[in-house]
Design a protein around this ligand. Structure first.
Ligand SMILES: [Zn+2]
Length: 454
């Protein structure tokens, strides 16, 4: 019964409406099977949001570009079909660390999964053949470079011709736009797969794509506009704040010490030296911090990632090399010391805060003088940062999504809002400052301590 309801779930606003009608409901025995798998393997009582719309299309063999924000359950959109269908699903994943993590999670769900890393020589080919033939491999994680290599592609073409390759997933599909023309040209070439694997449906997943990025993904993967299933990008739990400051470092330190001691914090800097300098400085004042950037060795980076996931209140001072695939839900603050490269990148980076659904802050520090290394002053990200309007409305407008009224949860709507201290379940001394707010996707509640000023 839940499945019937989920299949026909009413979208919460116009932006949630899939562009095509849903495929027909699967037969009752399949619905029962889906219900059982969801409960037994995933511990879920049902699907939510746009998951039914995406999964219905995947099960029907259609192409889908799913734009689902962080926490909306993107992975389930291919994991569930993999549990239900025989054959192989290939997942294109951008980072080795992310691939390993995904592989462990798939195996924990009882799926036969492997990550193919490094070269694809004779030994790797034999290992893959064994996994495919005798072990019944269900999910194969690969980098785009590996997928497009001649030997591997030839192997996949054989699987597709034999009817054993049922789905190709492009995870973090916004990388097609961000990396496709720079240091990961393989991303831009993923469309070539359509010529080689014409009968294999493609599921592209990303947390966000502005209209330009969306068009680039569709073009690169040779999908049409009717393939898009989107949900609102609104993250009501995030408080957006932009501070123009002459001394951003001092301001950031004061902000951290006053409002976020004991919290997991992600601090984005533009340059590697800045991450090292600031992390050192934070440690000297008693804040547990580490730097992270692409210039560090692989062992050092893995150690830093592990520390960030395990430490009770870590402050990671990083370049944008850090963050993708980091599975820590209780990050309470994401700071940007410089503008992100694009509005889409800003949304992805700030979206790492508050994944547990609790209130978190996205703090942008903005020195008064424009830096030549920043995006163009007329770019959407700079227009957002300099906007005198509600941050949420400006941000969502950049993605082509309207937001009615004022959000009540940004520095424009609520300039005196302060982060909550960590709630221990007993402190009732806080009073609500802002009640439920009407918006395109429902309300949010924020609070501030009495008389708090900063
Ligand atoms: Zn607002």
């Amino acid at each position: 019964m839940f499945f019937h309801l989920a299949w026909q779930c009413a979208p919460s606003h116009a932006g949630d409406m899939p562009d095509q009608p849903l495929p027909p409901l699967p037969p009752a025995p399949v619905q029962d099977l889906i219900t059982t798998v969801l409960r037994q393997r995933f511990g879920l009582s049902g699907l939510r949001g746009q998951q039914p719309a995406v999964i219905a299309r995947v099960m029907a063999g259609q192409d889908v570009l799913a734009l689902l924000p962080t926490g909306a359950g993107k992975s389930l959109c291919y994991q569930l079909p993999c549990c239900l269908r025989p054959g192989l699903c290939v997942v294109v994943s951008p980072l080795l660390a992310l691939m390993d993590d995904q592989c462990r999670r798939l195996q924990a769900l009882g799926l036969r999964a492997m990550a193919l890393r490094g070269r694809f020589g004779a030994a790797e080919q034999r290992s893959l053949d064994r996994s495919l033939q005798s072990a019944g491999l269900q999910v194969l994680l690969v980098s785009p470079e590996r997928l497009l290599s001649a030997a591997f592609l030839e192997r996949m073409i054989r699987e597709a011709r034999a009817g054993r390759l049922h789905l190709l997933v492009v995870d973090e599909a916004h990388c097609i736009s961000e990396w496709g023309n720079t240091f990961r040209p393989a991303y831009a070439k993923l469309g070539e797969l359509r010529q080689h694997l014409p009968a294999v449906p493609v599921l592209a997943l990303t947390a966000s794509a502005d209209p330009v990025v969306e068009r680039q993904i569709l073009a690169a993967l040779q999908m049409d506009a009717h393939s898009v299933v989107r949900t609102s990008i609104n993250r009501p739990e995030l408080f957006y704040r932009v501070h123009r400051r002459v001394s951003p470092w001092r301001h950031a330190l004061a902000y951290l010490q006053r409002w976020h001691t004991g919290d997991a914090v992600l601090f984005y800097c533009q340059r590697r030296l800045e991450t090292e300098w600031l992390a050192r400085h934070l440690v000297t004042v008693g804040i547990p911090a580490r730097p992270y950037h692409a210039g560090m060795g692989i062992i050092e980076r893995r150690a830093a990632e592990h520390w960030f996931l395990q430490a009770p209140a870590p402050v990671m001072v990083a370049t944008i090399a850090f963050g993708m695939g980091i599975d820590r839900a209780d990050i309470r603050l994401v700071v940007h010391a410089a503008p992100s490269s694009s509005l889409s990148a800003y949304y992805q980076e700030t979206g790492r805060a508050g994944r547990d659904g609790q209130v978190a802050t996205a703090l942008q520090l903005l020195p008064p003088m424009h830096n030549p290394h920043w995006p163009d002053p007329d770019s959407p990200i700079m227009q957002y940062l300099h906007s005198g309007d509600c941050r949420r409305r400006s941000l969502m407008a950049g993605f082509g999504e309207p937001f009615a009224g004022a959000c009540g949860h940004c520095d424009h709507c609520c300039p005196n809002w302060r982060p909550l201290p960590r709630w221990d379940g007993h402190d009732l001394a806080w009073v609500p400052q802002v009640g439920p707010v009407d918006g395109a996707t429902g309300g949010t509640r924020t609070r501030m301590p009495d008389g708090a000023r900063f």
